[in-house]
Write a protein that binds this ligand. Structure first.
Ligand code: S3P
Length: 465
């Protein structure tokens, strides 16, 4: 069932924006939140009984986590057609978990594809099981540092063997007696925090993680939703979370909201293309994720939230956006945790704003699916926009793409770089192509079809849209 669910038509290899979009109008359903989707599958695998998930992102990253949970002994299925689909028309997923401590040794290597979140969260789980498992990923993930989770997780007694620099592939032998940890993380990273908390869920006692600023708190919220005792404390310089381990988890229904990080591409496209007006229903508006929308509003963007509500412990709203004239701003480092994935598309907005935008404190951008700091500076320069990456700062001078010669941007297995440059191609005369549209399926499989349905003119060079 699961492997059948993973087979889907491959995305086009190349895509070009040819000609400006006239305007983008209508209502668009954004796919499910990637972070929450990973966690829903993992919590489902740890709970006893059935967890029904609606709105799950059907992106490559999440399907890899689904396959990993199945390999670890959970039953993971897409509901049969007659059992219906969720409001967005996406299939409902059903997970029957094994209980805390109930996962079993996988027979084969766990391949997490492009997903840093999948790899790091599952490393946290595996640290708490007394068997050896092996993990790998694609060329992008195999370049990314795993030592940030190996360092704290080793304190539980788990053993890790990996390539130089803490890179995948990696072997993990978990501990037979998981001990609660107290870890003071040097970086605000939800992946690190969540890896430690997932290991801690298996330990008798209280696990504590602190970070220099609060990163996205989906793990804490989902733990609470499942009844785990979670305590948090925020001070001006630290955020602390504590969980009480070894709870008895029972399966629960989860409705995954639309991903604000995916909505970001539609929001910026609508802001930049004159005459646009989009309504995006059911988007997650967790304040630790909406930094981009706050910054865009401070640049002059017409973005409003309506119908605010709570869904499985997460704040959700409908977002309405109208095209707007933007002005450059300085974005301080303190903003970074709440919009870490949104700097590529903010850089596109900045490139089309009036004046200069300075984005500070972007060290973490260098270790994402690609070095996004370098990728944005180089890509924008190739489109005739002045952009400098210096240290951890990206400075972009507005005014829009210059020149009319076609340019092709290398995507480097990075979905957000791919989508950012497709959005930039919607403004100005310059045809902008990306060399690999298949990377987009990581988080937003129907991005091109959805954008074209709203009025964009993205052409896949293999003839499909
Ligand atoms: C994520 C955390 C962030 C983010 C990633 C998803 C998560 O990474 O960039 O796309 O779901 O926990 P870091 O924890 O490395 O900041």
């Amino acid at each position: 069932m699961l492997s059948a669910a993973m087979s889907h038509s491959p995305a086009p290899q190349q895509a070009t924006i040819s000609g400006k979009a006239k305007s983008l109008t209508g209502r668009a359903v954004v796919p499910g939140d990637k972070s929450i989707s990973h966690r829903a599958l993992i919590m489902g695998a740890l709970a006893v009984g059935e967890t029904r998930i609606s709105g799950l992102l059907m992106g490559e990253d999440v399907l890899r986590t689904a396959a990993a949970m199945a390999a670890l002994g959970a039953k993971v299925e897409q509901a049969k057609v007659e059992e219906g689909k969720d409001a967005a028309g996406a299939p409902i997923w059903r997970v029957w978990g094994r209980g805390i401590g109930g996962l079993s040794e996988p027979e084969d290597v766990l391949d997490l594809g492009n997903s840093g979140t999948g790899a790091r969260l599952i490393a946290g789980l595996l640290a708490a099981y007394p068997f050896t498992s092996f993990m790998t990923g694609d060329a992008s993930l195999r370049r990314r540092p795993m030592d940030r989770v190996i360092t704290p997780l080793s304190q539980t007694g788990a053993k890790f063997i990996c390539r130089a620099g803490g890179r995948l592939p990696m072997a993990i032998t978990g501990t037979p007696l998981p001990m609660p940890l107290s870890y003071d993380s040097p970086i605000a990273s939800a992946q690190v925090k969540s890896a430690v908390l997932l290991a801690g869920l298996h330990a008798g006692g209280i696990t504590t993680v602190t970070e220099p600023a609060a990163s996205r708190d989906h793990t804490e919220r989902m733990f609470r939703y499942f009844g785990v005792d979670v305590r948090t404390e925020t001070t001006p310089n630290r955020y602390q979370v504590q969980v009480v381990g070894q709870p008895e988890l029972t399966g629960k229904p989860i409705s995954v909201p639309g991903d604000p990080s995916s909505a970001a591409f539609l929001v910026v496209a609508a802001l930049l293309v004159p005459g646009s007006h989009l309504i995006l229903p059911n988007i997650g508006v967790n304040p630790l994720r909406t930094g981009l929308f706050d910054v865009l509003q401070s640049m002059g963007a017409d973005i409003t939230y309506t119908n605010r509500r709570d869904q499985a412990g997460e704040p959700v709203a409908d977002i309405e956006v109208r095209s707007s004239s933007l002005k450059g701003v300085t974005v301080p480092a303190s903003r970074a945790p709440s919009m870490i994935d949104e700097y590529p598309i903010l850089a596109v907005a900045a490139a089309c704003a009036e004046g200069v935008t300075r984005m500070e404190g972007l060290a973490e951008l260098k270790v994402k699916e690609s070095d996004r700091l370098a990728a944005m500076a180089q890509g924008l320069e190739a489109c005739g926009i002045s952009a400098q990456a210096e240290g951890d700062t990206l400075t972009v001078r507005g005014g829009g793409p210059k020149g009319d010669a076609a340019v092709t941007i290398p995507v480097k297995l990075d979905h957000r770089i791919a989508m950012s440059f497709l959005v930039l191609g919607m403004v100005g005369a310059r045809p902008i192509a990306i060399d690999d549209a298949s990377a987009i399926s990581t988080s937003f499989p129907d991005f091109i079809g959805l954008m074209n349905g709203l009025g964009a003119n993205i052409q896949a060079t293999d003839g499909r849209e």
